[in-house]
Design a binder for this molecule. Structure first.
Ligand code: SAH
Length: 254
């Protein structure tokens, strides 16, 4: 029996799907894609029967999968970015487990990675931050109290905030209350890797106003932390330091 493939479509640019994901898409008989964010260009010219999951509930999605699986069809469930991040895949996998339908996950390029690329940033800069926090502000989906933005802000780590640009005023206020200096670099990337990508750069104390002025309301990432500074960092990496030895290279004395 063919497993159901749960595939990461990448952040938007149709060339940012994995080679494996693209091969499985081309060979699929049935594709159920997350219509709100997956770039439809990925589906152009494919022979499969295609369903947009935006208008379907979980029961309907599972019915399409189980009926087609029973007939031996090759099924792809296509999610935006990487399926493991805010992909709502766990509930689908639980239902497939109950039904005894096998599945595999093919990872994708998350919009987290596409955002860093758009900003030309290294999110883990030596002596600046070695930690990346992926989070969101509570909206209709609650966030556990211990993960409140104010609590996470105490680390002053690199932070990527999904699903929250519509609440950017509250986000920045909470981050400042929590401990980031108001001058901390902050950026918003709308539709990273799409042709219409937009980048707004500022700091925690002005990014909300800049984003509202630009009219950005959804499909955007909020990136916060010194790692997004334009300034040259104080410390370079040990990895390529000419005095530093490691398994592959002997450091120089002077
Ligand atoms: N699984 C996806 C995230 C789905 S949640 C991933 O790994 O990227 C949807 C949220 O992701 C959006 O609200 C937005 O915050 C972010 N997002 C998705 N695509 C994006 C893009 N191209 N550019 C910026 N943010 C994006």
């Amino acid at each position: 029996m063919n497993p159901v493939y749960i595939i990461g479509a990448g952040p938007g640019d149709p060339e940012l799907i994995t080679v494996k994901g693209q091969r499985l898409l081309k060979n699929a008989d049935i594709i159920i894609y997350a219509g709100s964010l997956v770039n439809p260009a990925l589906l152009n010219g494919l022979p499969a029967e295609i369903y947009n999951s935006a208008g379907l509930n979980l029961d309907e999605i599972i019915t399409i999968i189980s009926q087609n699986h029973a007939q031996g069809r090759r099924i792809v469930r296509l999610h935006t970015g990487d399926p493991a991040i805010y992909g709502a895949i766990k509930e689908q996998m639980c239902r497939l487990d109950e039904l005894g339908i096998p599945y595999e996950i093919i990872p994708g390029v998350s919009s987290a990675a596409a955002t860093a690329a758009a900003l030309k940033a290294e999110m883990t800069l030596p002596e600046v931050s070695q930690t990346v926090i992926i989070t969101r502000r509570a909206g209709r989906t609650p966030v556990p109290e211990k993960e409140d933005l104010r609590a996470l802000a105490t680390h002053e780590a690199t932070m990527l905030i999904f699903l929250s640009v519509g609440m950017i005023d509250e986000v920045t206020a909470e981050l400042i209350t929590g401990g980031y200096p108001p001058t901390t670099p902050a950026a918003v990337v709308e539709k990273a890797s799409w042709p219409e990508e937009r980048i707004i750069r500022g700091s925690l104390n002005n990014i909300a106003a800049l984003v509202q002025e630009a009219g950005i309301q959804k499909t955007a990432m909020i990136a916060v932390g010194q790692a997004f500074s334009d300034l040259e960092p104080q410390a370079a990496s040990k990895l390529y330091d000419r005095h530093f030895s490691h398994a592959e290279r002997q450091g120089q004395d002077s």
